[in-house]
Design a protein around this ligand. Structure first.
Ligand SMILES: Cc1cc2nc3c(=O)[nH]c(=O)nc-3n(C[C@H](O)[C@H](O)[C@H](O)COP(=O)(O)OP(=O)(O)OC[C@H]3O[C@@H](n4cnc5c(N)ncnc54)[C@H](O)[C@@H]3O)c2cc1C
Length: 411
């Protein structure tokens, strides 16, 4: 079966799916609304499951080279009480998270598309899908396809126009972020968080090197979680007040804050909770954030987008027809995606909400609770992207391609 496939969106899910599907022999074209998309964004985390998809694409060594190996996820109250302390290697000696500038992932994927000769049309937004025909923003027909893969992100307009049932709600909380240089590698090796109640969270994510690769300066992303309603007020109060508040949570922030020259250099990221009971209808499939955006509490956005792309290719490979392939895809993705959507919905208010008593309970019980071996194992599996339900998880063997690609460098 050789299909004519259109992919909408050149974020993470779009280019990864385009590479997988092109390499399976399908005729693929990608449409991206932004005329000149570049390596923008802040730090993201790719987990062992997402790295499995990158390994299958042959991109893992260069991605690991650009990123920062994260061995730990750690969290403290501002009073110094440990709330979270997870070490990937407890699950498998070869496991780690990869802190990465979103731009490095984008560059690796789009360079590979160029090398493979996949057609990418930038500056061409897709306004609607009629049957299996794409209509551009300018009303022009962009062609008819056997399969349309919609990967146009959390705010997907195409999802909004689809007849599939869906719900997209913004979380009341989001984060101001800034990417700073970390020449002395003060933040290397870990994702560190500091909590003050549930209303403030300060995070430092080691982010690898600069996305241009010209100079190999190490980066750290600072995340300052706050209610969306407080963003204007924070900007109005200005940089000195922001500095003071951040430093009161952790003096480690000083070298990062010193690089922020203007309060408007902090960008606000709003989080979305997207629910779609079904992702496929009559030749159109939704993947990545368009299908299941969630808060970044579990560090899974880019990870799940990469995994979707890999499973899509595996579902099409050897299927007798498209319907069978889409049934396979749905079966293969259902429990995994449902678990992460549910877990991030439950966990986000524990760290980012107005529920002050929840914060007290978290600070008192979360640390000791996480020490219980079974709980620890489940939390590490959640982090690694392996969970399929409250009590279920994939075996570690699903990440064999990742472990093999590390080629004895770790473990
Ligand atoms: C500019 C940008 C910066 C980001 N920065 C961060 C970050 O710093 N940290 C983080 O954790 N996550 C960030 N994200 C989100 C993160 O990349 C995604 O959660 C994750 O990688 C899933 O990717 P996705 O491909 O599903 O969606 P996205 O990465 O959001 O990609 C969607 C793509 O579709 C394009 N598009 C949208 N509508 C249309 C249309 N109608 N026609 C054609 N193209 C369309 C968009 O321009 C975009 O390129 C960012 C996303 C974007 C677009």
């Amino acid at each position: 079966m050789r299909l004519r496939i259109a992919i909408v969106g050149l974020g993470t899910a779009g280019p990864a799916a385009a590479l997988f599907l092109h390499r399976l022999g399908h005729d693929v074209i990608v449409f991206e609304r932004v005329p000149d998309p570049g390596p923008v964004g802040a730090g993201i985390v790719v987990q062992p499951t997402g790295m499995t998809a990158l390994a299958r694409l042959g991109l893992l060594p260069q991605i690991i080279d650009a990123g920062e190996r994260l061995d730990h996820l750690r969290g403290w109250t501002t009073g110094g009480r440990v709330v979270m302390d997870l070490t990937y290697a407890e699950l498998h000696p070869g496991y780690f998270g990869l802190g990465l500038h979103r731009g490095d992932l984008f560059t690796a994927l789009t360079d590979a598309l160029r090398t493979d000769g996949v057609r990418v049309e930038c500056g061409v937004g897709v306004a609607s899908v009629e049957g299996r025909t794409l209509i551009g923003d300018d009303g022009r027909e962009l062609g008819a396809f056997d399969l349309v893969v919609v990967a146009d992100g959390a705010r997907s307009e195409l999802r909004g126009r689809s007849r599939l049932p869906k719900r997209a709600t913004p979380y009341p909380y989001g984060a101001l972020w800034f990417v700073a240089e970390d020449p002395d590698r003060e933040f290397a090796g870990s994702l560190d968080q500091y909590y003050r109640g549930t209303q403030r969270m300060l995070g430092f994510l080691a982010t690898g090197t600069t996305p241009t690769q010209d100079e190999r300066t190490n980066l750290v992303s600072l995340f300052w979680s706050l209610p969306a309603r407080a963003v204007d007020e924070t900007r109005r109060r200005g940089l000195p007040a922001f500095r003071e508040e951040v430093l009161s949570m952790s003096p480690r922030a000083e070298p990062v804050l010193d690089q922020i020259e203007d309060i408007d250099a902090l960008l606000f990221a709003q989080y979305w909770d997207v629910r779609m009971p079904r992702w496929y209808d009559d030749g159109v499939l939704y993947i990545g954030d368009a299908a299941h955006a969630m808060s970044p509490q579990l560090g899974q956005g880019a990870n799940l987008a990469l995994y979707d792309s890999m499973v899509l290719a595996d579902s099409l490979d050897g299927a007798s027809d498209l319907k069978e392939a889409m049934r396979r895809y749905t079966r293969a993705r259902r429990s995994h995606l449902r678990f992460y959507q549910m877990a991030s919905r439950w966990l986000t208010p524990v760290f980012q909400s107005d529920l002050t008593p929840v914060g007290w309970m978290r600070d008192a019980f979360f640390g000791p609770f996480c020490q219980a071996p079974w709980v620890r194992g489940q939390m590490l599996r959640s982090l690694a992207g392996l969970k399929t339900g409250p009590f279920g998880a994939w075996p570690l063997s699903v990440t064999d391609a990742y472990l093999r690609a590390l080629d004895g460098q770790v473990g």
